[in-house]
Design a protein around this ligand. Structure first.
Ligand SMILES: [Zn+2]
Length: 475
């Protein structure tokens, strides 16, 4: 049997991290087993529809390399892949289910249903229409009375099914409510559409949030009523913000797009979220998508919720940035240079110095702001116990360093470093007593990406001398 999984997002215009992780697990289950990964757009809830949102879904999946085998844009043998284009299919099956006794026509208004339902006491809606004869109900439908199609649950006892993560699940049929399957506008609810689509598209493994564990028996009843086999279920725990709260758009938690905009690499995000709920069984933490495709297994999915730890993601992102070829890093860093640098600087050398020190691309402007301009700083910055530097030392060594640098004709890190080292020997001071004050004079900052001579190379000779002069004037 060929494994077939589907990612079925709603076009909300927002790629939630939890949804992306679900997509990833669906993709990996298919690809680890030579199967197909299908993209289906669940747009039957027209209230939630956002213009252009499907493009965000396409762009996100493409960006992370999760290519789908069938979908709205590329077609396939099981289309259409957009639920709103399948409305006739749902209607046909909903009416068929009524004939099979698995559903019934309901003429109650939404208010009737709401009035009877008591959320606090958890009283189930007892639909009077359930007891109408099929002929009578059909006559009312034929007469043009508005209706919905509601699931009929006559079974008693316990519903049982197996979940690949949570094991055997048992739920009382009594606890299941007879929800609407087909709305009065002729569109299906999620509860119905997911069953019909998964069956017709021959989906073998359904991956979704564990909040669906308790409604799955309702879906299984629909499969049974049609005489169909239900798919394998893989319910996954939520991605949490902290011990109590799920990650959510409402709370302003970062989406995939937000993280990318902050300078997280898509590869790092995918790697990180793969490990939010799955473990490889060893200490390895860095995995490419291709590696994950080879080793992913449902058996190693966790039952307990995972907390989204931005510090861990940031660390992992730093690993990915350091592993990039320099040219690649330079290309990614350029937009940030453009954003904050108007003066001439040796940008290629800057990238070389910066790459090992960047964890998130969005931090680059903060790290390099001194290149554009030295902010006003206190001379106290020259004091550094470890470097044996203070204002007096700075006064003396900056002037000497300037004389050496003015004479320098080769402006490279190595050449400048050798010259200043030789100067330290001549003056009988430690290297740090020259390099530390020089770095402060050139940057005005205690921490910088790169040492004094590296910064001198980035700034160029003229600006380096200018800044030393300005610093000396303030000492
Ligand atoms: Zn009713």
């Amino acid at each position: 049997m060929k494994i077939r999984t589907r990612f079925a997002p709603s076009p909300t215009g927002y790629m939630h991290i939890g949804n992306l992780r679900t997509a990833l697990y669906e993709y990996l289950i298919a690809k680890a087993n030579g199967g197909d990964f299908i993209l289906r757009i669940e747009d039957t809830d027209q209230k939630r529809y956002v213009e252009g949102a499907t493009d965000i879904i396409y762009a996100t999946l493409k960006r992370v390399g999760m290519n789908w085998d069938e979908g709205p844009d590329i077609g396939g043998n099981y289309g259409p892949y957009i639920q709103s284009e399948r409305r006739n299919i749902y209607a046909e099956y909903a009416h068929k289910l009524v004939e099979l006794g698995g559903a019934h026509y309901c003429f109650c208004s939404k208010e009737d249903a709401d009035e009877q339902k008591d959320e606090e006491q958890n009283i189930k809606f007892q639909d009077p229409c359930k007891h109408l004869s099929l002929e009578e109900a059909k006559a009312r439908v034929a007469a043009g009375e508005p209706y919905v199609i509601r699931q009929t649950i006559n079974k008693t006892g316990k519903s049982k099914y197996h979940d690949e993560v949570y094991g055997d699940i048992e739920i009382d049929y009594d606890e299941l409510d007879e929800g609407v399957l087909l709305k009065s506008d002729g569109l299906p609810t999620y509860n119905f559409a997911n069953v019909i689509d998964d069956h017709l598209m021959e989906i073998t493994h359904v991956v979704r949030g564990n909040e669906y564990i308790s409604s799955t028996p309702k879906y299984n009843l629909i499969y049974e009523d049609f005489g169909w086999e239900h798919p394998h279920y893989v319910h996954v725990p939520p991605v949490m913000k902290d011990a109590q709260h799920k990650l959510s758009k409402r709370n302003g938690d970062a989406s995939f797009q937000d993280l990318v905009a902050k300078g997280y690499l898509p590869e790092a995000i995918i790697n990180y979220i793969a490990l939010l709920g799955w473990n490889p069984g060893n200490d390895q933490e860095i995995f490419s998508l291709d590696e994950l495709k080879k080793i992913f297994s449902v058996e190693r999915l966790n039952k307990s919720p995972a907390i989204f730890d931005i510090t861990k993601l940031t660390w992992m992102n730093g690993c990915y940035i350091r592993a990039l070829p320099l040219e690649e890093f330079h290309k990614l860093a350029m937009p940030y240079y453009k954003e904050c640098l108007s003066r001439k600087a040796d940008e290629e050398f800057l990238s070389k110095v910066l790459q090992p020190r960047v964890e998130v691309l969005g931090d680059i402007p903060n790290q390099i702001d001194f290149i554009e301009q030295v902010k006003d700083f206190s001379n106290d910055l020259y004091f550094n116990k470890k470097m044996k530097s203070d204002v007096e030392v700075a006064k003396k060594t900056l002037a000497e360093a300037k004389n050496v640098l003015v004479e320098a004709d080769v402006w490279t890190n190595e050449a400048l470093f050798e010259k200043l080292k030789a100067l330290a020997e001549t003056l009988g001071v430690k290297n740090g007593q020259i390099l530390y004050p020089l770095r402060i004079a050139l940057s005005g900052k205690e921490t910088t990406p790169g040492g004094a001579t590296e910064i001198a190379v980035i700034l160029g000779k003229e600006e380096t001398i200018n800044r030393i002069n300005q610093a000396l004037a303030r000492l």
